[in-house]
Ligand binder design. Structure first.
Ligand SMILES: [Zn+2]
Length: 452
């Protein structure tokens, strides 16, 4: 592959809107047919809804169908059922089996054929290409290999792009990896990459001189402020990606304004469960996704109208300055990371925004955790924010508190009112490095915990 080529699959990535929509409709029709014929769940589901799958002709027809959730998948697999009702190929076509680490009990099972892997890896190949990766790039993948498909998919994508992967799986790799292989890119989380930079500086390696010229962050939403800070520390762009075992793989291109959705492989609608309907373009709601299969293709698992429980906004369906025509969405946020105080929601990312105010970062490591306490009936809710200082003795606490409160309450009129009236309090706790509770808990750190 020519490294000056800006697209991985130019024909599809720059397809004009009319042709792209026609391709989507063709795949909607085929996917509905495939589902009805091969997925025990959908076969029954269509019968139960008295829907003839041949009636599903356009993506709008999908909107009339019921929405399914992670719960639906769990209820349609062992131990609830004898069979995996979503498995849509015979065992001889299943290449790998994956389980998503559900927060609630039984993990969801996913079955992938080799074709699924090829489609997944094409999605990542397009993303990497749109971020300027190509032949000769050497990328350390800090995302974990295993049940999670992300790291493996990126590794497969690298093969298609002619770039090299250093599959560390964790961000705690020895620093000789940086010095010996001079990687040009690293895939990790904001916090792991900040921590890696700190470790490098202690050893006398300047991240900006390390040869790394692109960072890819995936797996979770982050505040724009934390991206900017990470980018400043490493002296290079930081690109966001959003992927899941269900097959959404969206990524920011070099424009760094919204994530392109691979519309030929996955159809995405935005739904508001509170009003029980899809929202107009430009409004926030839940990401509802449907798999789109190329005509003639097989899938180990497919989903129609699947509620991801992540929220986003469609930014645009117009052609991006990068030339791609596929729609762009805002970084999805986890609904599980949103809490409500007195009828007003805020997300973990809002807390992060308060922490990562630029002036604060002269004193902080960036690590934080927040807890909600209190009882609205008793008229008091307390947000307790714990923040790690590089050195608590010289940390300007007043400045940090002021910056946090200003940034956190901005655009939140009812929370601001509650704060002024004293029914919503924000208290701070400053700790040493590694002083947070989350360092003592295994697994994905929970940074906003509702303890009410
Ligand atoms: Zn673009």
């Amino acid at each position: 592959m020519d490294s000056s080529e800006p697209y991985f699959n130019p024909e599809i990535e720059t397809l004009d809107r009319g042709e792209l929509d026609a391709l989507i409709e063709e795949r909607v029709r085929y996917t509905a047919k495939y589902a009805a014929e091969n997925s025990p769940f959908y076969k029954k589901w269509f019968e139960k809804q008295s829907i003839d799958p041949a009636e599903i002709k356009t993506h709008e027809d999908l909107l009339d169908l019921p929405i399914i959730s992670g719960k639906t998948i769990r209820e349609n697999q062992p131990p609830e059922m004898k069979e995996f009702m979503f498995k849509s190929v015979p065992w001889e076509d299943v290449f790998t089996v994956h389980e998503t680490s559900g927060t609630s009990g039984t993990p969801k099972s996913f079955f992938l054929t080799w074709e699924d892997w090829e489609r997944y890896s094409e999605k990542y190949a397009r993303i990497f290409r749109s971020q300027g990766f190509g032949p000769g790039d050497r990328v350390v993948v800090c995302a974990s290999y295993g049940m999670n498909v992300g790291a493996n998919t990126m590794t497969l994508a690298a093969r298609q792009l002619g770039m090299s992967i250093i599959p560390e799986g964790k961000c705690t790799f020895p620093l000789r990896v940086i010095e010996s292989y001079r990687p040009t890119g690293i895939v990790g989380s904001v916090f792991k990459l900040l921590n890696l930079a700190r470790r490098m500086r202690i050893e006398g390696i300047d991240p900006q001189e390390s040869g790394v010229d692109k960072l890819v962050v995936g797996g979770e939403a982050f505040a724009e402020e934390s991206r900017n800070y990470l980018s400043e520390i490493w002296g290079c762009p930081v690109y966001n990606t959003y992927g899941s075992t269900e097959g959404t793989m969206c990524g920011e291109c070099s424009e760094v304004f919204g994530l392109h959705v691979p519309e030929d492989f996955v159809h995405l609608d935005i739904y508001d469960p509170h009003i029980g309907n899809y929202v107009p373009e430009g409004e926030c709601g839940r990401v509802i996704l449907s798999t789109l299969l190329p005509v003639g293709a097989k899938a180990g698992n497919l989903l129609l109208n699947y509620d991801t429980e992540d929220t986003t906004v469609v930014l645009t369906r117009k052609q991006c300055p990068c030339g791609r025509t596929h729609m762009k969405i805002m970084t999805p946020q986890r609904e599980a990371e949103t809490v409500w105080v007195g009828g007003a929601p805020f997300n973990r990312v809002d807390v992060e925004k308060g922490v990562f105010q630029r002036e604060n970062m002269d004193y902080l490591t960036g690590e934080y955790e927040a807890f909600l306490y209190g009882d609205e009936d008793e008229g008091e809710t307390i947000l307790r924010v714990s923040i790690e200082c590089e050195n608590p003795d010289i940390c300007d606490r007043d400045l940090i508190e002021e910056n946090f409160i200003r940034a956190f309450l901005r655009y939140k009129p009812s929370l601001s009112r509650a704060y002024t009236e004293g029914t919503f309090k924000i208290v701070f706790n400053f700790t040493d490095p590694m002083g947070l509770e989350l360092h003592r808990i295994k697994g994905r750190p929970k940074r906003l915990v509702d303890r009410r």
